[in-house]
Design a protein around this ligand. Sequence first.
Ligand SMILES: [Zn+2]
Length: 332
Amino acid sequence: MVKIRQVKRVSGKCWTCAYINELRQLKREKESADACKHLMVMHRGGLFMLERIEYRRRIAEAVIHSPNTVMSSIIDGASQNHCTIPHPGTNVEFADGLPQHIEGVLTHGHCFTIYRSFPTVDADADFTIFCLLSELQKWKDAHDGIFPETWYIQIDGGSENANKYLLAALEYLTAKRLCKKIVLTRLPVGHTHEDIDACFGTLAAWFDRVIIQTPDGYKEQIEAAFNGDSTKLKCKVTDVFVVPNYKDFFSPYIDSKFCRYTKKEWTQHQYRFEAVTISTEFPLGSKLTYRKYSSDRVVVIDKKPIFSCTTREGIITGNKNFLFNYVLFITF
Ligand SMILES: [Zn+2]
């Protein structure tokens, strides 16, 4: 009798994790269970841990090695659980409260900023661009008015982040020579838990203990959750009541056929914008390159036609009755 361990539930959908879990349920013999275990180890060590290491490397460059020329930020929205005012405590529900949107931006080595908006401002691409540009402005102010040469930005796959308007805005920054290089990276779907989630965790734990009646009180409590502890980064809340219409500004210049860059197997996880000499090839003086992952080499586990299965795991976990089988291949 083989005991099947349930895969830990994670937010978001990682199709690889889902495939492996499905295989575990379908074929419970020991050999197959072991093969599934190997597949999961390869998925972890060969993909999302490598992406996470690259993310840590970028943070180290910004915080330790080149703090005066390199900036690193991660942006993410808080879940809606604690974002309504009044916040009467954990055991009481308040109907018809005022919803808020809480967007966190962690600029490593600097500050954790909460950009708060109310339903008058949509939490869309314009809002994301506004938050990121505000962070860039703050970094510049803290560095004698000089912009970073390199800016690393980490996002998840939410449509407010992974969209063509943000790409256009970042290209614009390099075309205007504000930054020499900007690298935008996404973590693989379903494996996006990162340091900013620990910040939201601190907030959630704090909000379990407090009762809040007003928007100002909410703001004070967010800052109190962080600023009483000298070991934590400082936190500041910025209220956003209006944002520019970046979408309208950039839309006429974006190729209408540009699409699918955030969809399933076509997803590109890293975009690099570089300021280059103006030429016929780069008329704006900005060069965009992109790649599937930020690591040079990752292991991707995928469904392939049955005759393609050559690895031990693929052969063991496959089933002739299925149209598809599992096979490993390495992408560069
Ligand atoms: Zn996964």
